[in-house]
Write a protein that binds this ligand. Structure first.
Ligand code: BDR
Ligand code: CA
Length: 310
C-alpha cells in the first residue's frame, strides 16, 4: 500500500477525506499534519485526533501553521460552512490522545526522507506547512513520490471571491511557492470538486446504518449540507472537495488532467489567490508544469467514496 500523509484543516470535508483514506486498503496513513484554515490550527488538530479516535487509528497528528507564510491571518475561518467547532457542532469533549511532538513541516520532511520517493502527500488546506517545509528542505520535491493538492479554480469561478478558491486564498504566497517548486503535482480544484456532489439521501443512509460512526458522520455532514443549501442554492448536495484529492491517491483515473503552468495571484490585488493558466515564464517566476484536473468521473468516484467512508 502507498504511504500517505494528509495535511488538513479539519473541517467537515477534511473529516470525510480522513475516513475515506483510513478505510482504503491501498493507503497507509502514516500521519496527519494540520494547519489553520476552516478553523484554527489547534482546532484542526483536535478535530483530527477525534476523527482518528472514532476510526480506531493510532497514526500521529502533528500541528503546523497557525497563520499564513508571509502575512497575518486575513481570511476569516469558515465556521459558517463547517460549524463553530469545524465538525458540524458535533464536538462532545476533548480527544483522549494528544498531538505528537514536533511540528508539521519537520514531520513532512522527516517522513519524506525516511520513505524516499515512496510517500504521497495529500494537502487539503492552505499550503503553509509545505511552504515552511520547502524553506527547511529545498530538495523536498525530489523526495516525495507525489503531491496532490485540493485547491484552486483554474477554469471556473472561485468560492471565497469571484476568482479565488479558499485554500489558495488563505495563503496565496505559500501556494505560489509550492506550485512553482517542482513537485510531481496534481492540482484538484473547484474545476472538478464542484461536480463531485454528495446527495442528502446518501447521508441519511449513514444515519440509518445505526452505527456510532455512521451517525456521527451523518450529523456532522448535515451541517455542511445545510450550509450548501443556504450559500450555494441550486446545487444538489454538498461538494466532496477533500475526499476527491484522497480518491486520486487511490485511483488517478477518477479525473482527466492536463499539464499546465499555473500562476497564483499574490499581494493585495482584488484577484489575490486566483490560479490562472499562463503560457511561459512570467517575470522572475519560473513555473513548474503541473497536472490540473479538468474532468471527473463523478459517478464512479461517488460510488467508490460511499463504499468506504462509513
Ligand atoms: C476547500 O476549502 C475548505 O473549506 C475545504 O475543506 C476544502 O479544502 C474548498 O475550497
Ligand atoms: Ca480542507
Amino acid at each position: 500500500s502507498k504511504k500517505l500523509i494528509l495535511d488538513v484543516d479539519t473541517g467537515i470535508d477534511d473529516a470525510l477525506a480522513i475516513a475515506y483514506a483510513v478505510h482504503s486498503p491501498e493507503l497507509e496513513l502514516i500521519g496527519i499534519t494540520t494547519t489553520f484554515g476552516n478553523i484554527s490550527v489547534e482546532e484542526a488538530t483536535r478535530n483530527s485526533l477525534i476523527l482518528l479516535e472514532k476510526l480506531g487509528v493510532e497514526a500521529p497528528v502533528v500541528s503546523g501553521a497557525h497563520k499564513p507564510y508571509a502575512r497575518e491571518l486575513f481570511k476569516p475561518y469558515s465556521r459558517h460552512i463547517h460549524g463553530e467547532d469545524g465538525i458540524g457542532n458535533q464536538l462532545k469533549g476533548a480527544p483522549s490522545r494528544q498531538a505528537a511532538s514536533g511540528d508539521a513541516a519537520d514531520f513532512i520532511i522527516g517522513q519524506a526522507r525516511r520513505y524516499e520517493d515512496k510517500l504521497t502527500l495529500v494537502a487539503v488546506g492552505p499550503l503553509t506547512n509545505l511552504a515552511i517545509a520547502l524553506d527547511r528542505c529545498p530538495e523536498l520535491p525530489q523526495l516525495l513520490e507525489r503531491l496532490i493538492i485540493m485547491g484552486g479554480a483554474v477554469t471556473v469561478k472561485g468560492n471565497v471571491t469571484p476568482t479565488a478558491e479558499a485554500n489558495i486564498y488563505a495563503d496565496p504566497e505559500a501556494a505560489a511557492y509550492v506550485l512553482g517548486a517542482g513537485f510531481s503535482l496534481t492540482l484538484v480544484g473547484l474545476d472538478v470538486t464542484m461536480q463531485t456532489l454528495l446527495p442528502q439521501q446518501e447521508v441519511d443512509k449513514w444515519r440509518e446504518q445505526g452505527t456510532e460512526l455512521g451517525m456521527f458522520m451523518a450529523d456532522m455532514t448535515d451541517f455542511y449540507m445545510e450550509a450548501y443549501r443556504n450559500f450555494r442554492p441550486g446545487i444538489a448536495g454538498c461538494a466532496l472537495h477533500d475526499p476527491l484529492a484522497v480518491g486520486l491517491a487511490i485511483d488517478s483515473s477518477f479525473v482527466e488532467t492536463r499539464p499546465m503552468h499555473i500562476a497564483v495571484e499574490v499581494g493585495d490585488s482584488a484577484e489575490v489567490g486566483r490560479t490562472r493558466e499562463v503560457q511561459n515564464e512570467t517575470g522572475a517566476q519560473t513555473l513548474t508544469t503541473i497536472d490540473v484536473a479538468l474532468k471527473v468521473d463523478a459517478e464512479r468516484f461517488l460510488r467508490h467514496f460511499l463504499s468506504r467512508v462509513v
